[in-house]
Write a new protein. Structure first.
Length: 79
């Protein structure tokens, strides 16, 4: 077994396919995060502005969005 250390942020340069998957994941994550914020403002208009909603964004919210974003990645994107 040979262990090698890579400088920070070089994975996407070495493994180009990962770069595409990461980009797709980030796009879905952003989309679902914004949807969640919009839905929260529609459901609870008295809850406040977007900055207040972001401050109340917690780990559970992030996990839900991460799960949705991961499931949205199609197998064809991974080739």
């Amino acid at each position: 077994i040979r262990v090698g250390y890579l400088p920070s942020n070089t994975t996407s340069l070495i493994q180009l396919q990962d770069k595409g998957i990461i980009w797709i994941f980030k796009a879905h994550y952003t989309q679902y995060s914004m949807e969640r914020i919009i839905n929260t403002t529609k459901e609870n208009p008295d809850r406040g502005n977007i900055m207040k909603i972001w401050k109340n964004y917690n780990i559970e919210d992030a996990i839900i969005v991460i799960e949705k974003a991961t499931k949205a990645i199609k197998p064809s994107s991974q080739k």
